[in-house]
Design a protein around this ligand. Structure first.
Ligand SMILES: Cc1cc2nc3c(=O)[nH]c(=O)nc-3n(C[C@H](O)[C@H](O)[C@H](O)COP(=O)(O)O)c2cc1C
Length: 374
């Protein structure tokens, strides 16, 4: 209550009383979110569909897509080598899932515009250990009468919600609906014992990732602290809000502070992540029969559909990927999570997410489509 006395919220901006004067702090960098408004504002079908695809969920919001336009109806999708996550995603598995999410949104947007999207995946092959300069997909659109794409309307509504969820469980019908849209690779559970095990593994894995210097350093390097930094680089892990502006000025949430395990900023960051996990009482996960690049793309497409469907149902989703990652310090949690979900090699767990009723509906920053064209 005391804290609230220091705040006046006027037209979305917040005045914070500090040192006897009010400091104005707008909540978030609006210019970093223009891509959400400009989606679809293109007259040619290929850029129209691509402008929705750039809103896809993707690991650490790296936005690894790069597109070469060939014509009004054709393009080639590449992975931007500078936007990989070499430490926590050493084989580009999650990056490929993010590219799969991009492709699913592309297909849905094309369908909405009465075009059929043809995807030729990895036409020149792909390296199993690392995405290289070869194309991820050739994209082609042909005019064709299409059935409605109900998930399309959620593309500009969907988001990732890392905040704690309420105790209300999604209904059994909700979970069945997620599977109906995402396909048979998606499984889900609300079983108490299983959810408790998953929460424990995810929390342990998060602690490992935060406390291992080189894995945490990869995240810290991608943190955009404060509006100015988010505007300059609308990607990565954005930390915004009136208090962030203040604390940033005081040096309390700088990237340096966030990398110091003893700093209040580091402790608070880990606590917030764990608090979210703690409220996970419904989970879904996506498993593929193998772990080829095409499996990873299929997992991304399924995850995008699940995230869009959840959004349509008023549900929040939060992927928890730490235990799924392939670096040595995570090997024990990696084995545990596969065992807990009875997934045996060559099958692979690609996405694990908690799903429930959340409160946050913040759009994450995006580079505009023009920035991702080559
Ligand atoms: C393969 C994949 C893995 C992800 N893993 C995590 C994760 O472990 N923790 C997390 O908070 N978000 C995770 N996310 C969500 C992304 O961080 C999020 O999609 C991105 O920041 C963009 O935000 P948006 O989904 O709200 O647009 C993951 C997303 C994908 C596609």
């Amino acid at each position: 209550m005391r804290k609230r006395k220091f705040l006046k919220i006027i037209g979305g901006a917040t005045a914070v009383l500090a040192g006897g004067t009010y400091i104005w702090a707008a909540p978030r960098a609006k210019s970093a979110r223009i891509a959400w408004q400009s989606a679809g504002a293109y007259s040619d079908p290929i850029r129209s569909a691509l402008s929705y695809a750039v809103l896809a969920p993707n690991p650490h919001n790296r936005q690894p897509w790069q597109v070469e336009l060939l014509s009004d109806t054709a393009a080639v999708l590449y992975c931007d080598d500078q936007r990989r996550l070499p430490v926590t995603d050493p084989y580009d598995r999650q990056t490929t899932i993010g590219l799969g999410c991009f492709l699913e949104l592309f297909v849905l947007a094309a369908q909405h515009n009465q075009y059929r999207a043809h995807l030729d995946l990895f036409p020149e092959g792909a390296h199993p250990k690392r995405l290289d300069s070869r194309p991820v997909a050739r994209l082609k659109l042909t005019k064709a009468k299409q059935t409605p794409a109900p998930l399309f309307t959620q593309i500009t509504q969907r988001h990732t919600d890392r905040k704690p969820y309420t105790s209300q469980l999604p209904s059994a019908q909700n979970l069945a609906d997620l599977q109906l849209d995402a396909g048979p690779m998606l499984s889900s559970s609300q079983e108490n014992r299983l959810c408790e095990n998953l929460r424990n593994i995810c929390a342990d894995a998060a602690r490992i990732e935060f406390m291992t210097p080189h894995t945490h350093a990869e995240s810290v390097a991608l943190m955009r602290v404060g509006r100015k930094a988010v505007r300059a680089n609308p990607d990565g892990i954005s930390i915004e809000g009136p208090f962030t502006e203040l604390l940033n000025r005081a040096g309390a949430v700088s990237p340096q502070a966030l990398s110091d395990h003893d700093s209040p900023a580091f402790k608070q960051g880990l606590k917030m992540y764990l608090d979210g996990i703690e409220t996970g009482n419904s989970f879904f996960w996506i498993t593929t029969p193998d772990n080829q690049r095409t499996d990873q793309i299929a997992a991304g497409r399924a995850y995008a559909r699940a995230n869009l469907k959840a959004s349509a149902l008023g549900l929040s989703v939060h992927p928890l990927s730490q235990a799924l990652q392939e670096y040595p310090e995570m090997s024990e949690q990696f084995a545990k999570i596969h065992k807990t979900l009875s997934i045996q090699s060559p099958a692979r767990l690609q996405i694990l997410a908690r799903v429930g009723y959340g409160r946050a509906n913040t759009r994450s920053p995006r580079w505009p489509l023009e920035n991702r064209l080559i």
